[in-house]
Design a protein around this ligand. Structure first.
Ligand code: MLT
Ligand code: ZN
Length: 466
């Protein structure tokens, strides 16, 4: 049966590279969530937008579901293929296609890794400012599909802000060129924005034109140790008023312990409950003096217990490693990830309730907090207790997420800040989006993917539950 389907695909898309080895099915059928057993039909590696279009048209006729696949570094199960889907990998579509010095744009194929985009922008003395720890493995198409955020959102915003134009193949099999990199375009619905954050449910991004910006002025990095969670928001307010902040990231002593166990160097002689990595412009003496003034303002009010200011690029990288190494250091514990956001102004009230819930809801579980607190995005990772089976663990975490979703709803927050809904957060989409909004999303999905072949089961089910 499978071999007949594959033969028909190869006949429809001559020259298409396909893989069906069990090791490849396993590798390409999962993302970083590791919670589902991969079981794709095959992996297709198109080399052009035309091949992608031919695959989608074939899949519509044959009724085969497609899972678009980039670097599969996602944390919500959006790139999982566990039900005989065809994985459409963009791995062989990873070229930088062009640079326009006047428009300050870079055009790349969707499979291009984020780090390659950074490097290409740097070659032209410009920058693509979206950045996060998986930069070497994730693909630009995946970052568009999830509207990825990362560590510099407080300065530069999310991926959405940097997409000048897109080429997509819709689930209907049409190749659309969206916005043509115009800065001003008041000509109706901006379909480009539908595809940003659509998690592969409307079609496949095949090409993106990215806006670039001038590289930031030289920066410096400081690591602060804080005595309490409450101090975090006060320190943020002080630093923001004194400095041009590029990043303001926090993590707890538990997170640090895991990163140190993975070989990082302890920053202070003593352990403190909370830490902040802040990066800020330090281009001249005035900015250096502002950094010192900010630090003193924090120290005087007892908000900071210890601090280190980097004195070299190597030391700055070492300080960043303490924050960026967290995900990898937790992976072996198969964490249940919460990626929530509230408005920064709502953070103190939300935190008070969330902390109480998590303390009461997970007795005996290790809960690791970290994230992009400067933009209202917290990562709350719950680690699998030793000896606890997957089913029991996920059921327990889901119960607590039910209440967390209620708290988020009360504070106007989101159950997914930057990882996407995928499979992991699907049960809680209604806590963030109204029934009316979801009905509109279903309608849009129906138009762009009339046969329901694009990443089915992700984000929301095509039909409401009976
Ligand atoms: C991060 O901020 O490090 C990423 O979102 C990954 C994660 O949450 O583990
Ligand atoms: Zn994050």
């Amino acid at each position: 049966m499978n071999s007949a389907v594959i033969a028909s695909l190869l006949a429809a898309v001559p020259g298409l590279m396909l893989k069906t080895d069990p090791a490849d099915l396993e590798h390409y059928g999962r993302d970083w969530t590791r919670r589902w057993t991969p079981a794709p039909l095959a992996i297709a590696f198109p080399e052009s937008a035309q091949q992608v279009q031919a695959i989608v048209r074939w899949a519509r006729v044959e009724g085969v579901a497609i899972v678009p696949s980039g670097g599969r570094t996602g944390l919500s199960g959006g790139a999982v293929a566990a039900h005989g889907e065809l994985v459409l990998s963009l791995e062989r579509m990873a070229k930088v296609l062009g640079f326009d010095a006047v428009d300050r744009t870079l055009t790349v194929q969707a499979g291009t890794p984020l780090e390659a985009v950074h490097n290409a922008a740097r070659e032209h003395e410009l920058a693509y400012p979206v950045d996060f720890a998986s930069r070497g493995s994730c693909s630009i198409g995946g970052t568009i599909a999830t509207n990825a955020g990362g560590i510099r959102v407080i300065r530069y915003g999310n991926t959405r802000e940097w997409i000048a134009g897109l080429k997509v193949v819709t689930g209907a099999g049409d190749l659309l060129e969206l916005n043509r990199s115009l800065i001003k375009n008041s000509s109706g619905y901006d379909l480009r924005h539908l595809f940003i954050g659509s998690e592969g449910t409307l079609g496949i991004v095949v090409e993106a034109t990215l806006r670039l910006t001038a590289p930031s002025a030289p920066t410096n990095v400081m690591l602060l140790a804080l005595p309490s969670f409450e101090a975090l928001m006060d320190v943020f307010a002080i630093l923001r008023s004194h400095l041009a902040l590029e990043a303001f990231e926090f993590f707890t002593d538990r997170a640090l312990a895991h990163v140190l166990a993975h070989g990082a160097q302890a920053p202070f002689a003593e352990v403190h409950p909370y830490y902040v990595v802040a990066e800020f412009e330090a281009a001249d003496e005035a900015q250096e003096a502002a950094a010192l003034a900010a630090f003193e303002a924090c120290a005087e009010t007892g908000l900071v217990s210890d601090a280190v200011l980097s004195s070299s690029d190597a030391q700055a990288a070492q300080l960043w490693r303490l924050r960026e190494g967290i995900t990898e250091s937790l992976a072996a514990f198969r964490p249940y990830k919460n990626d929530v956001s509230v408005r920064v102004s709502a953070m103190p009230a939300f935190l008070a309730e969330a902390q109480a819930l998590l303390a009461a809801g997970y007795p005996g579980f290790e809960v690791v907090w970290f994230g992009h607190i400067g933009d209202g995005n917290l990562h709350i990772n719950v680690l699998t207790p030793e000896g606890m089976g997957e089913t029991e663990f996920v059921a327990r975490c889901s119960e607590v997420t039910d209440t967390l979703a209620d708290i988020l709803q009360r504070h106007g927050g989101s159950i997914s800040a930057e990882h996407g809904i995928g499979l992991v957060k699907k049960p809680w989409l209604e806590s963030t989006r109204s029934a009316e909004e979801i009905a509109v999303m279903r309608g849009i999905r129906q138009v762009l993917d009339p046969s329901g072949i694009m990443n089915p089961g992700k984000l929301f089910d095509s039909r409401p539950a009976a």
